[in-house]
Write a protein that binds this ligand. Structure first.
Ligand SMILES: O=C([S-])c1cc(C(=O)S)c[n+]([C@@H]2O[C@H](COP(=O)(O)O)[C@@H](O)[C@H]2O)c1
Ligand code: NI
Length: 401
């Protein structure tokens, strides 16, 4: 197969990704600028942001400019009134929840703010609900965070990856006074993420930028084999010796997901549990990472009717699954064994229908599309919202595929 000048081997599935090259760090406004620069429509970003109840208090402006000869987009949140924000996480959640933004944008925005609150809570020794946002709960941060979610949602990508993150050095002045760089909240947010320090004397990565990466990135690597399709540069505010820009790519990578893998089957025969408790147990197992949970009716010794509980999970979840079973069921022991699984390479696409988007799961065998299945939950929602028979929705989708 050939696309442009590139020869693609038959039988390989490609994923569209967003890659963050944070050689000079990341902040909320650099991210917004980079997203606009890579092609997210700025009018769309503004119209989505206008759905926030605080939208009368700010304007967002995007300007083409340059840093050290690299041209890119500078995003600025212009405040229309002075504010002294003293918001808690619930106040920020309310602003997000009260808007008409789509559920995915709300979910991502809240995930980013939750990560900021967890980090702030750790630094200031407070539970998440008691965290008092200062700068990071201000209008410009809300715009940066919700803006990041709006752009991510609109890009329609399969994953997000990032390079190691340059955090800078020295000290910075903020509501807490003079604090070291990286700021304590940034350090918490980037724990477990590869960082680099000291390229510049200043704060090249802010808590908001770090929270965006932590919440969106599926992985961090400086050596990714990718085929770049588009590049964008988001400009920072300060001037350093190096270009203070965030570089982003839309790229394609080979889907390296293992087709065949080893998983674990955990089983327990249970003859003494209140049947009402199974749904709670199942919920806990799925929350803990179970890939599948099912029950089989069995007859045990002394002719006791019983249930064989079967849980399929990856190796790293085995201990977790056992803990859930011991805490939430009556069993005194479990059996476990390795199982070999063969799976089709799967990809989820969004299909546009007359009623809205429907997710369709595709299965590939040796690169050939073998199966396509519309997501039941999406079809059910359309059927309910439009008072239509479920089967009609399925028929229409399969006509389009
Ligand atoms: O607002 C608060 S509580 C705050 C906490 C911290 C900690 O590290 S704790 C740091 N800061 C600094 O405020 C500015 C703004 O950050 P944004 O992410 O909103 O751009 C930045 O210099 C932070 O280091 C604020
Ligand atoms: Ni703080």
């Amino acid at each position: 197969m050939s696309r442009g000048n590139v020869i693609y081997p038959i039988g390989v599935v490609y994923l569209k990704i967003l890659y963050y090259d944070c050689f000079c760090g990341i902040s909320g406004d650099m991210n917004l600028g980079a997203m606009a620069d890579i092609g997210v429509d700025t009018e769309y970003i503004k119209s989505e942001l206008s759905k926030l109840s605080i939208s009368d208090d700010f304007d967002v402006v995007f300007n083409k400019s340059e840093k050290k000869g690299i041209s890119g987009t500078k995003a600025d949140v212009v405040l229309k009134k002075h504010e002294h924000p003293h918001r808690h996480l619930k106040d920020v959640y309310k602003i997000i929840d009260d808007s008409d933004l789509n559920e995915n944008i709300k979910k991502i925005s809240k995930r980013i703010f939750e990560n900021i609150a967890i980090a702030e809570g750790k630094v200031h020794g407070k539970p998440v609900e008691k965290v008092h946002f200062h700068e990071v709960g201000a209008i410009d941060s809300i715009v940066d965070v919700v803006g990041a979610a709006i752009c991510y949602d609109s890009l329609d990508i399969d994953g997000v990856y990032s390079s190691s993150v340059q955090v800078g050095g020295g000290f910075v002045n903020c509501a807490h006074g003079k604090i070291p760089v990286p700021a304590p909240a940034t350090v918490e947010l980037l724990t477990g993420i590869p960082i680099k320090t000291g390229l510049v004397d200043g704060e090249s990565t802010t808590p908001t930028g770090a929270a965006i990466l932590k919440s969106l990135a599926d992985g961090f690597t400086n050596s990714l084999s990718m085929d770049i399709k588009k590049t964008g540069y988001g400009l920072g505010t300060k001037d350093f010796d190096v270009p203070n820009v965030l570089r982003v790519y839309i790229a394609e990578i080979e889907d390296k997901k293992k087709v065949d893998e080893i998983q674990y089957m955990i089983e327990a025969n249970i003859d003494d549990m209140n049947p009402e408790h199974y749904s709670h147990l199942e919920e806990k197992l799925f929350e803990g990472g179970a890939l599948d949970v099912y029950k089989t009716q069995i007859l045990m010794k002394k002719s006791r009717p019983a249930v064989k509980l079967s849980i399929l999970c990856s190796e790293d979840r085995v201990e977790n699954m056992e803990e859930v079973v011991f805490l939430h069921s009556t069993t005194l022991g479990v059996r476990k064994y390795k199982v070999e699984k063969s799976m089709l390479v799967r990809k989820i696409i969004k299909l546009k229908t007359q009623w809205g988007d429907v997710r369709v799961k595709q299965g590939f065998y040796k690169g050939r599309l073998l199966k396509q299945k519309a997501e039941y939950e999406d079809c059910l929602k359309i059927a309910k919202d439009n008072n239509l028979e479920l089967d009609k929705i399925y028929r229409q989708i399969y006509r389009q595929l």
